[in-house]
Each structure stands twice: as C-alpha cells, then as structure tokens.
Design a protein around this ligand. Structure first.
Ligand code: PEP
Ligand code: MG
Length: 587
C-alpha cells in the first residue's frame, strides 16, 4: 500500500485498475506485436498518419514559398514525392500484415531499407535524399505516436489513466467509457486538461510528482479527486474507509441536484444567470439536464484541435449553428474566437515552437496576424447568428488597438455578408475577455467600445502573479484570492457598470462555490462554468442573500494584508455556515 498526495483537480471518488502511460522519452520508437485482427486498424492508423504528414509538409512548403524564392523554396518537394509514392506506403502496410508489428515499427523498418539504398548511391543529389527519408519517417512516427492513439488502441477495460502529463487534446480524444479517472505527475487545477476532466465529470488528481514511476498497469488504485489523494494497492481497511466516503459524497451530491433546474438567483431573488462553458463536443442535452441558462463561453479552439487543422468556414458554421439551434429561444451562445496557444495546441501548431507560448503569438494576436483565418471564423459565427442568439467574444485583449482591429474585421465581414445577401444578426453583441491585467487596468476605455465583459480568471491570475497556470511546482502561488487579483476584478466590474455593461466570470473561479459567492458580492452579473458544476454552485448561490454576499466581499476587501490562503479560508468558512454538508464533498 502506498499513499500519494497531489492537487485535487476534479472532484469525485473512483477505484479501479491503473493504466500506465508515459512518453517513450527521447527518440525511442514504440515497437510491439499486434494480433492479426488488429492489422486493419493498424493500417488505418498508418494511412491517417501519412495523410497528416502530407498536410503538414504542404503547409511548411507553402510557408517557405511565401518567405523565399528559388531552389531553396522547393526543398520539400522531395519529401512530398516520397510520401506520395505508393510503393513506400505499400511496403509499410505489407510489413504490418506480414510481420504483425505496430505501424511505427513498420515505418521505421521500411525507411531504414530505403535509407540504405539511397545512401549507397554515387549521385550526390540522390545520396542527399536519404536524409529526406529519415526526416519523413521521423515525422510519420511522431504523428503515429500521438499518445491518445496508442492509449485508445491499447486500453481494453475501464481504467484510471496514470501519466506523466496529459495534453487537452489527449484528454478530449480518449474514449470516455474507458476512463475512470486521471492521475498525473504534472499539471495543475487550471491546466486545460484539468478543465476538461472537470467538464467531463472525470475524477482527477494532478501534480502527484512521480506516480508514473510508482505504479504499474493493473495495480489497484483508489483515487480521491476531492482531496487530491491516490492510494496504490490498498489494504482492506483503506478500501472500506474509501467506500464509506464515496457513498456519503454521492448522497450529498444527489441532494445538491434538487434545485438545479430552478432559475439562477440569490436567496432574496436577485437574478444571477448560470451559463455553461462548452466546446463543440459538449452534448447540448447536458445543458438542459443541469439547468444552464445560456452559453457563456464556447471554446472554439477545440474544433481546431479535433480537426488537427483549421476547420473550413463551412465546418465552423455547421458546428456553431448546431450549438445555437440547440438553445431554447432567447438564450445566447457566446462564441469565443480562436484561443489557440499556451497549452492548447494542434500537432501542426506545436511544430512552430515558441520559447514562452503563454506570452507568445496566442489567440487574438494570432488572428490579427492571420486575417484570413480570422475572417473565415467571423463569417461563420455571423452565419450562425441567423439561427438564434449569438455573441462574439474576443480573448486575450491587452490593448485598445486590438479591440478596434477586431471590431473593424467584424464590421467588414458583416458588410461582406450583407452584399452577398447572407443573413446574420445585425445586432450581434461583442464582448471582451478580461484576462490580461492590462485589460483590467484599461477597462474603462475598453468598456466604451464593447457590449460586455467576461473575466477569464484562469489567465488573469497567471498573468497578474507571474505563475504558470499549468506548472504544479508553483501551484501554491496560483492564488485567486490574492489581493492584486481581486483588485483587478473589482476595477473591471466597476468600469463595466459605469458604462452600463454586464460582466460575467467564465474562469474556474466561477465554479468554485466559495469564490462564486465572493464574486456575486463583488457585483458580477453572470457566472459561466462547466455544465456539470452548475448544480452545486447554483444550489449555494440560491442559499445566500445578496446582502450576505456583499458582506463577504466587503470583509475580503479589508483583508489586503492577509495571506491569500487565509482569505480563501475565510470565504470557505463563510459559505460553510450556510451549507455545512459541503465540507464532505469539497476540499
Ligand atoms: C480564462 O482564462 O479564465 C478562460 C476562461 O480562458 P481559458 O481557460 O480557455 O484560457
Ligand atoms: Mg484564457
């Protein structure tokens, strides 16, 4: 028996066998035998990886041709010829079927044969092509070894995934019915993989340090996502204590569910709509089940991650329209334009490495440098707006110029659609995310040129405190109740209200029941969160009067000299007075 402590990132109790997944590390190529019945699937994996590699090389070649001309611009032509040669792929497919080996091993073996043939040639040009072959093989193997594909193909029964770290695209692509929980060495409560675990209702513990060294596939695990604990190979005593806790939490959760379909408001009737944070893969029926009163944040970048490329205008319009059509009349869908970057990457984007991706060419910055991509997205959002209530949301705004440039593109796309007689909502509302401290500090100016604010506390905290949101070693310094963070929220709310704008919070602070009450007291107009967290937070907000919430906010405003964890504890104790049972299901 061994107990490991980490960060509680998605609440709930689960027990089951571990499935260990670790990066192979370095250049090591995964090699394993497959069964005859798996050969077709393995062949499909190979074909997909060839197609993806081809798309990547095409985009690299185009990029290069934009920047340089002459012979150097054609260096990828040889790569493409190789990828399009049916003999190369055919030999790899034969190897899979005849030797019953995995696709990575087949590509490795076949490319080594080709390499030696080319290297032995006298012609200097052809000799050089040997290098192209190893370069292509490396890329195909990298694309093949996407860990979610390996995981998906080898997971045979529901398990707790133990990994060094999981990316958001891995988390979202794993088969939901095979995942009992997540336990990872690294990661934090606001890394996008953790947000997804919460959205999917999968218990998870991150920042466990070295669980991937301590556990073997098949070990029995007890995972407590509420307190951030994992027990490896427990004895009978631990098992029965765990089962008791799990039963108790289930009965409290069931009780919390009772009010979920009621309107979001405080105990004294002050309206407070509960909105949902979603992406294209969220089943819209889940929103009705939890009583969501609109979509406060549609994360469009997950569409990019699912396609592993920019979705076409048609594909985007279809996805956005589906979400808009699924909402009851009058309830808005707030579509945030692409926020790719930071820890949200497509495999393609990941190949253009930046030293500090969270401070780099992320989000609106990328869109304003790639106007065609931006315009395709804006047009598809506008087209969706003909089918219901839509709002557009600009992420990562730091300057007034960015807001103006985004608005100019939006207006120009509106003109374009009008000329083509394509219908859209002429009164589409546009909002700004307040998630960079600079935006909070110029909130008054921004408020004059926008319709609403949405505060992204996940990034606001990281940028205000200089604490990487995905780095577990500094997780203790990631403090939502730091007075600087609360001050930035306070001034944003006040600036918005002075201009008659509404303010929502769509960062994870909104989904923390203790912080939600504080935010309500500070004057927030709406809260937006993962659908499955709505019932618990709504129940709590419905149990507290506006007067109580304001009192809490006032007390907290006077606590600037206290450490942030003391301020959090104060909010927790304040709320627990109203609902003591929460103690058993929240840390
Ligand atoms: C935020 O930063 O709070 C937010 C909601 O955006 P994301 O988590 O997608 O960066
Ligand atoms: Mg953000």
């Amino acid at each position: 028996m061994r107990m490991l402590n980490g960060l509680p990132v998605s609440r709930g109790f689960v027990s089951g066998p571990a499935f260990l997944y670790r990066s192979t590390g370095g250049e090591q190529i995964p090699e394993y035998r497959i069964e005859a019945r798996q050969a077709t699937g393995e062949g499909e994996r190979l074909t997909d990886a060839f197609a993806l590699t081809k798309a990547q090389i095409h985009s690299l070649a185009n990029e290069l041709k934009k920047r340089i001309s002459g012979d150097e611009a054609t260096i990828f032509d040889g790569h493409l010829m190789m990828l399009e040669d049916p003999a190369f792929m055919g030999s790899c497919l034969d190897k899979i079927t005849n030797d019953l080996c995995n696709a990575e091993a087949a590509v490795n073996a076949v490319s080594e044969q080709y390499f030696s043939i080319f290297e032995a040639m006298d012609d200097v040009y052809l000799k050089e092509r040997a290098k192209d072959i190893s370069d292509i093989a490396k890329r195909i193997i990298q694309n093949l070894s996407s860990r979610c594909e390996v995981l998906t193909s080898r997971l045979e029964h529901p398990s707790i995934i133990v990994a060094d770290e999981l990316s958001p695209s891995e988390t979202i692509s794993l088969p939901r019915n095979m995942i009992l929980g997540f336990a990872t060495d690294r990661g934090s409560a606001v890394s996008h993989a953790s947000l997804l675990a919460r959205a999917l209702g999968i218990p998870a513990v991150a920042g466990l340090g070295s669980i991937s060294d301590a556990v073997k596939t098949g070990d029995l695990l007890l995972l407590d996502g509420t307190r951030g604990k994992v027990v490896v190979n427990p004895g009978n005593e631990e098992r029965s204590a765990f089962n008791k806790m799990s039963e108790r939490s289930k009965s409290i959760e069931a009780n919390l569910d009772q009010d979920k379909l009621a309107k979001g408001m405080t105990a004294d009737g002050h309206p407070l709509p509960f909105l949902a944070n979603i992406d294209h893969s969220t089943p819209m029926t889940d929103l009705y089940a939890v009583g969501a009163e609109g979509v406060g944040l549609y994360r469009s970048e997950y569409l990019w991650m699912a396609y592993e490329r920019e979705p076409t205008e048609e594909e985007q319009a279809k996805a956005y329209t589906a979400a808009v059509r699924a909402m009851p009349e009058g309830l808005a869908v707030t579509i945030r334009v692409l926020d790719l970057g930071g820890d949200k990457m497509t495999r393609d984007a990941a190949s253009h490495k930046e030293a500090n991706p969270f401070l780099g060419n992320r989000s609106i910055r990328y869109l304003l440098r790639n106007r065609d991509v931006f315009r395709r997205q804006l047009r598809s959002i506008l087209r969706a707006s003909a089918h219901g209530s839509v709002q557009v949301l600009y992420p990562m705004i730091a300057t007034i110029e960015e807001l103006r440039a985004a608005n100019i593109e939006l207006i120009s796309c509106m003109n374009e659609l009008r000329e083509k007689e394509i219908p859209f909502d002429e009164n589409l509302r546009r909002g700004v995310m307040i998630e960079i401290p600079a935006a909070a500090l110029i909130a008054e100016t921004l408020a004059k040129e926008t319709d609403f604010f949405s505060i992204g506390t996940n990034d606001l905290i990281q940028y205000a405190l200089a604490v990487d949101r995905v780095n577990e070693t500094v997780a203790r310094l990631y403090q939502p109740t730091h007075p600087a963070v609360l001050h930035l929220i306070d001034i944003s709310i006040k600036a918005a209200h002075r201009q008659g704008l509404s303010v929502s919070v769509c960062g994870e602070a909104a989904a923390d029941p203790f912080l939600a009450v504080l935010l309500v007291g500070m004057g927030i107009d709406e809260l937006s969160m993962s659908p499955n967290l709505i019932p618990i937070v709504k129940k709590i907000v419905r149990g507290v009067t506006m007067e109580d919430a304001r009192l809490l906010a006032e007390e907290v405003r006077n606590m600037t000299a206290l450490p942030a964890d003391k301020v959090y504890a104060h909010c927790r104790n304040f709320v627990l007075k109203f609902m003591p049972d929460l103690m058993y299901i929240l840390k």
